[in-house]
Design a protein around this ligand. Sequence first.
Ligand SMILES: *[C@@H]1O[C@H](CO)[C@@H](O)[C@H](O)[C@H]1NC(C)=O
Length: 356
Amino acid sequence: MNLHFWALLCLSWIADQCVYAGRDFYKILDVSKGATEHQIKKAYRKLAKEWHPDRHPDDAEAHERFQDLAAAYEVLSDKDKRKVYDRSGEEGVQKMGGGGHGGHDPFSSFFGDFFGGGGHDGEQETPKGADVVLDLFVSMEEVYNGHFVTIKRKKAVYKQTSGTRECNCRHEMRTEQMGMGRFQMYQVKVCDQCPNVKLIQETKTLEVEVEIGADDGHEQVFVGEGEPHIEGEPGDLRFRINIQKHSRFERKGMDLYTNVTISLQDALNGFELDIVHLDGHKVKIEREKITWPGARIRKKDEGMPSLTDNNQKGTLYITFDVEFPKGEMTAEQKAKFAEILQQSSKPKVYNGLQGY
Ligand SMILES: *[C@@H]1O[C@H](CO)[C@@H](O)[C@H](O)[C@H]1NC(C)=O
């Protein structure tokens, strides 16, 4: 599209609505200009699922939308890029990328500046600080509904200071002629001069997402938020989901298990009851038939949502226990029960280990 045309259009708009020569990332994610990090993340997650290529095979338009979403999210989820985008649109962000190194991570960019933007391409050559792994204790409710945890992290970062230091040191071979046909090889240490650095403490607030359906051990990674490395990039900060025991539900994969104790009367006559689920909704259970201790019923789609597709859910298994009345019945009651139940069979004595 013609830039002049855009510039003209811009003039006639209110300044802050003018995003020229590029896509409208806010519109793509369907969020307002003032959207919080939460809202952006949420919108992206929802739409990305909707437009995932797996769901629309051979649909070029869907594919394009998916790519737009990814581009919009990459920029709007990054504070620095978002600022630039708000000021000068997609073009501005592209210029900022410098050399098209892709992920210009705001946290590791510090080192990028140090070692002369670009040049270093072999990923293996760049040393990395240690990864920090932290357990994130979450409840079953949080995993079922999704949740954000705000974490304050104090971390050490290297900041440039005055003076220089030796860096990028390596050994090089030198050859010297000692006389006719005699050479000597020796090693020298060669270093570059880099700006001096000092370690300072920085406090940063991180939003850790507990993704819907995440299982024990699932990791949420913050690239570049781990331990710093003086010659290279910082390691990563990884939060490992650790789901705490629940008082009523047990989880196995995507399935949930719960136990219900009913009275002997309900076991015989049938019953209706509600189980309150992890998000507060009620699962209705109705039974006309007799329920015996250990009977199990299944409720499809009442289990855990899948991590990759929240619309897909596992099964809820409900196991019943029967509470018998205590005490003794009168002769009259006993006669009534004998008449109703008609269970004349004799008790069977058997050895459980061998069957009978
Ligand atoms: C249900 O009861 C069984 C048998 O007592 C027990 O092993 C299981 O852990 C219980 N499940 C839940 C979710 O409490």
